[in-house]
Design a protein around this ligand. Structure first.
Ligand SMILES: Cc1ncc(COP(=O)(O)O)c(C=O)c1O
Length: 391
């Protein structure tokens, strides 16, 4: 029995080494990684450029404080701003924290307009993190109920309900709309480009901030540095984390236009955020991702996985829907999903199931075509065997 609080139902495997798309457990057994630590190691485990940057920076200076200028932070900020349509950035340590920054920014933006109870619109199916503000923005009732009372100031609407958007216009106090371009935890559900365009138009018309939570969709995962670039709908606030450090913790809240100057001295802070070490790791990631052929791998790997999957799937009726964008791949199954992850592990493959019945694949961009074929083949085999497992 470990001393770790039982907040996770952990699987009975411990990984001790990783390279590219391969993990090894304590027994030295290799596993094909179709999860990337939940969309974190987008460049694969121990990517040489990231490892080198961490090693070199760890020898120079690990931490100072945001009380002083941090050259590596300024460099990473400049790199991110030049790679996106954003103009300023606040660095923190995780996705939930980055969403907290965005929520505070939206509220401050409201107060600057004399809105005393600023309200953020969020979606059914959303996941934004486990801290109290991010949790209040998150949809899952079971996650929220034990921690009530929730932080007020959120309105929840159904995604893709264009008529529902119209009714928002009459609501006073709205300051922002916060969405994931592809809902990750909610079942790998992409929002349509038309819906995102409608949100953009509504925000422009009402002077609300459009805020994209790209914690999971970002950093190459969807075949562009950020998914918004592929979807052609630009937010005012861009939230990211996960893959930004390829495993070294770092989060970022970027903003453009008026929102880029909304947070002022004393409005927010962090001890660790944007440390020299975190920024060195993230700079290596951002520079590595500035390579169109690497980003293009997202769709190639996806096609290999799906072709092998379809070739091997015994009964198409075992799959309800295949969804996603780039290397965010959701396969909603009609077979019992309990046990699919364990049965994959037994076959040496790491996958995830989310939203009850959706197999979620988040492999790294460095996965080879052969590995992608093997992943697709293995997932189909696991589904082929599933009804027997459940019986
Ligand atoms: C879209 C989205 N936002 C926020 C978070 C929270 O990130 P973190 O676990 O780093 O706090 C996640 C994590 O899964 C996420 O997928």
């Amino acid at each position: 029995m470990s001393a770790i609080m039982r907040t996770y139902k952990q699987l009975p495997v411990a990984f001790v080494r990783g390279r590219g798309a391969t993990l090894w457990d304590t027994q030295g057994r290799p596993y094909l990684d179709g999860l990337s630590g939940i969309a974190v190691t987008n460049l694969g485990h121990c990517h040489p450029r990231v490892t080198q940057a961490i090693e070199e920076q760890a020898r120079e200076l690990v931490h100072t404080s945001n009380l002083f200028r941090i050259p590596g932070q300024e460099q990473l900020g400049a790199e991110l701003v030049s790679a996106t349509a954003m103009e300023s950035v606040f660095f923190c340590n995780s996705g939930a924290e980055a969403n907290e920054v965005a929520i505070k920014l939206a509220r401050r933006y409201g107060h600057d307009r004399d809105i005393k109870t600023p309200t953020v619109v969020v979606l059914d199916g959303a996941f934004h993190g486990r801290t109290l503000g991010a949790l209040a923005a998150t949809a899952g009732e079971a996650m929220r109920q034990p921690f009530e009372p929730m932080v007020p100031g959120f309105i929840r609407i159904a995604p893709e309900d264009f008529n529902g958007l119209k009714s928002l216009e009459a609501q006073a106090d709205i300051v922002a709309v916060l969405v994931e371009p592809v809902q990750g935890e909610g079942g790998v559900r992409p929002l349509s480009r038309d819906y995102l365009l409608a949100l953009r138009a509504l925000c422009d018309q009402q002077n609300w901030l459009l805020m994209f939570d790209e914690v999971q969709t970002g950093n190459g995962r969807c075949g562009a540095l950020y998914a918004y670039q592929r979807l052609g709908v630009t937010p005012d606030v861009l939230i990211t984390a996960k893959g930004l450090g390829n495993g070294y913790p770092i989060g970022a809240c970027l903003a453009k236009g008026e929102a880029s100057a909304t947070l002022r001295a004393g409005d927010h802070g962090t001890t660790y955020g944007g440390s020299p070490l975190a920024c060195a790791a993230a700079s290596a990631v951002v520079n590595t991702l500035a390579d169109p052929p690497l980003l293009a791998r997202a769709d190639v790997i996806r096609e290999h996985i799906l072709k092998a999957f379809r070739d091997q799937l015994a009964n198409p009726e075992h799959v309800a829907e295949i969804r996603g964008l780039g290397l965010m791949l959701g396969i909603e199954v009609t077979v019992p999903a309990t046990g699919l992850v364990t049965s994959a592990l037994e076959q040496g493959v790491v996958i995830n199931v989310t939203a009850g019945n959706t197999i979620r694949l988040l492999p790294p961009l460095v996965m080879t075509n052969d590995e992608a074929n093997q992943l697709g083949y293995s997932v189909a085999e696991i589904i082929n065997q599933a009804p027997e497992i459940a019986a």
